[in-house]
Design a protein around this ligand. Structure first.
Ligand code: PBG
Length: 327
């Protein structure tokens, strides 16, 4: 059938028809909101590079989470900024560490929120790398021991899902083993399986003060000039026991999201990262774009590409737009 019998504009004539034939629908249950937790009391401090995002101390954070709960956002992902950083990233696996304390406090007050904890060393090491350094190099296999210790301590504190973001080879397997050995066989692993070395992380590194002191992360994060390698990374992580795969960043990597979903049909998260957030914020502040429409279009695009869930700093805004019937 072709024109003039078929006129595709017929079903685009008004908002009701367009909504009826909508194929991709963002829903609040797709959303995960990231947060940065800091030591102290009474802290709610805006992050310079991420307008509208804050550093929270645990006490104020609990109030913030009441809003998240009321908006029916199902999950949050937590990043911790420790009191002291050292070369072993000790606070990352300390029972009294910032994340462990935050998780316990949240579970006591608002148990229904799913807590995902980022498993990495970079926020906790004085050199800012995601693994341990020996002989001026990241030692992958030595790092695995600490990375799995972090995951175990987070599970002990009550985390619902652990999410390794360090990109060490073999970490999903070693985390799965230590969790199972300690009885946490029901705790899912959301693996940052396909994580590219990206300039889109710039604002996050300011937020978590975790820019590497020397070098960069290109030895362990992926090279954006490769795409088929993403299939290898995702396939390996599934074999090692990843329950959820993640592609990160999202916006410049929609082809990767789509390929991974097509190839594996495994639960898939996309992380729309700090640089994706602050570009929209900056353009909106300058009056160059309509922020709400831009957010809806970008996040719908990420879902259309194949993501089941989306980690986004816009989660609260999107939830409000959905509840308000705007999208
Ligand atoms: C830690 C980590 C990073 C992000 C999430 N976990 C930074 C990095 O790898 O440099 C970035 C998230 C964002 O930019 O929003 N490894």
């Amino acid at each position: 059938m072709k024109f003039p019998i078929l006129r595709l504009q017929r079903l685009r004539q008004n908002p009701i028809l367009r909504k009826m034939f909508q194929e991709i629908r963002l829903s609040v249950s797709d959303l995960i909101m990231p947060y940065f937790v800091v030591p102290g009391r009474g802290v709610k401090k805006e992050i310079n590079s991420m307008p509208g995002q804050y550093h929270f101390s645990i006490d104020v954070f609990l109030e913030e989470l009441e809003e998240v709960k009321n908006l029916k956002i199902p999950a949050i992902i937590l990043f911790g900024i420790p009191k002291i950083k050292d070369n072993m990233g000790s606070e990352a696996y300390d029972e009294e560490g910032i994340i462990q304390s935050a998780v316990r406090a949240i579970k006591e007050k608002i148990p229904e929120i799913v807590i995902i904890t980022d498993v990495c060393l970079c926020e906790y090491t004085d050199h800012g790398h995601c693994g341990l350094i020996s002989n001026n190099k990241i030692d992958n296999d030595l790092s695995l021991e600490l990375i799995s210790k972090i995951a175990l301590s987070q599970a002990r504190a009550g985390a619902d899902i652990v999410a390794p973001s360090d990109m060490m080879d073999g970490r999903v397997k070693s985390i799965r083993e230590i969790l199972d050995k300690n009885g946490y066989y029901q705790i899912p692993i959301m693996s940052y399986a396909v994580k590219y070395a990206s300039s889109f992380y710039g604002p996050f590194r300011e937020a978590a003060s975790c820019a590497p002191l020397f070098g960069d992360r290109k030895n362990y994060q992926m090279d954006y000039r490769r795409d088929k390698e993403a299939i290898l990374e995702a396939g390996l992580d599934i074999q090692e026991g990843a329950d959820i795969l993640m592609v990160k960043p999202a916006l410049a990597y929609l082809d990767i999201i789509s390929k991974i979903k097509e190839k594996f049909n495994h639960p898939l998260a996309a992380y729309s990262v700090s640089g994706e957030y602050n570009m929209v914020k900056a353009a909106s502040k300058a009056g160059w774009i309509k922020e709400e429409e831009m957010i809806a279009e970008i996040l719908t695009g990420i879902k259309r590409a194949g993501a089941d869930i989306i980690i986004t700093y816009f989660a609260k805004d999107v939830a409000k737009l959905i509840h308000g019937g705007v999208i």
